[in-house]
Design a protein around this ligand. Structure first.
Ligand code: SF4
Ligand code: SF4
Length: 346
């Protein structure tokens, strides 16, 4: 069922929903951008519709509710452990189609990547409903069409698009219909907006030859990439973390265990006992990140990890373009297979 609202109607709906849900949505943080006098759009808790940014791509993703940068998992003493408490109220997350597709990737990693589900992820995952923000146009660096994440056909409770002075919602969750009906101007079939073309296009290679590991294309990133890890922290599909134990006492037996976000691009990520390090250069780290997202994840789950949100390109202080790298890997893979074909006399 679809509904059309004016600004007041949508505001009332958000106010009503905030009585039941904690609402997590993109908001503008004025002056908090990485350069002087610039803003940043990131996720935070809201109770008013006017605080929700619908007309810009968020610089950071929704994933921080499900995988916080730093999360206390449990407290321990010498003889016992107790899980950290979590707010029991349900959570409504506003997100775009690419991020809804990213959620499927997070679920694969935390719920279906081994014999056991991740209990701490599961308890957060079970709390959420999704509000799909429609995309009227493509944003800078987006390549969602190439990655097939430009359209979401299911998985959301309702959608929201602003079209002129009216707000359009496709309401899929029957428990929310009365809330919308009570504040709508009219009922109408609504199809959430989505883009069908991006300026940035990529071709993910179908087959990447093993020789790509030694290809000189990675050397450039040893020089250009400064290993800041920003590309990982904004990425809705990056899931790596490490553990920290914080002790309250000198005997080291009472304290808390935290799960803390980690970055495969930052020095130290591959350190192992004995002083070893699997990937020492930024070129090697870039190779790992890219091939994980466009090849290795797919070998396990059958589809590509990257959803083409373009946030990594937006945030990189060295103007390194991840979409360009995918296309370079594709070209190098084609050249390699053509060369192999000639050697075989094809
Ligand atoms: S790798 Fe870049 S474009 Fe792909 S999902 Fe992550 S942030 Fe978005
Ligand atoms: S954001 Fe750019 S410079 Fe920083 S680690 Fe990622 S690719 Fe390297």
């Amino acid at each position: 069922m679809g509904y059309v609202m004016n600004e007041k109607g949508f505001s009332e709906i958000v106010r009503d929903l905030s009585q039941t849900f904690r609402i997590y949505a993109p908001v503008k943080k004025t002056g908090a951008g990485r350069f002087t006098d610039t803003d940043v759009v990131m996720y935070d808790w809201v109770t008013e519709a006017s605080d929700i940014v619908l007309d810009r791509k968020s610089d950071y993703s929704f994933k921080e509710f499900l995988t916080p940068l730093s999360e206390i998992l449990f407290f321990f003493t010498e003889s016992s452990a107790k899980e950290a408490e979590l707010d029991e109220r349900p959570v409504l997350i506003f997100l775009r189609s690419c991020d809804l597709h990213a959620l499927r990737r997070l679920d694969e990693i935390y719920l279906r990547n081994g014999r056991e589900e991740d209990w701490f992820y599961r308890r957060r995952r079970d709390k959420i409903k999704l509000a799909l923000i429609g995309c009227q146009h493509s944003f800078e660096n987006c390549f969602c069409v190439s990655m097939g994440s430009n359209i979401a056909k299911e998985g959301y409770a309702f959608s929201i698009d602003r079209r002129g002075d009216e707000w359009y919602s496709d309401v899929r969750d029957s428990s929310l219909k009365d809330t919308f009906a009570g504040h709508a101007l009219r009922e109408e079939d609504v199809e959430p907006l989505h883009v069908t073309e991006n300026a940035t296009k990529v071709t993910v290679p179908e087959k990447i030859p093993a020789s790509i590991i030694k290809d000189k294309l990675w050397d450039e990133y040893t020089v250009r990439c400064i290993g800041c890890g920003r590309c990982n922290f904004v990425c809705p599909t990056c899931t790596c973390f490490s553990m920290q134990d914080v002790y309250y006492t000198d005997n080291g037996r009472v304290g808390e265990r935290r799960r803390v976000a980690a970055s495969c691009m930052v020095d130290g990520y591959t350190n192992v006992a004995g002083g070893g390090q699997y990937r020492r250069t930024q070129g090697e780290r870039m190779r790992f990140k890219v091939l994980h997202k466009i090849q290795d994840f797919g070998k396990r789950f059958g589809y590509t990890m990257c959803v083409g949100c373009g946030r990594c390109d937006d945030v990189c202080p060295e103007y390194i373009s991840y979409s360009n790298i995918i296309n370079k890997v594709n070209e190098a893979s084609l050249e390699e297979s053509e060369g192999a074909g000639k050697e075989c006399g094809e």
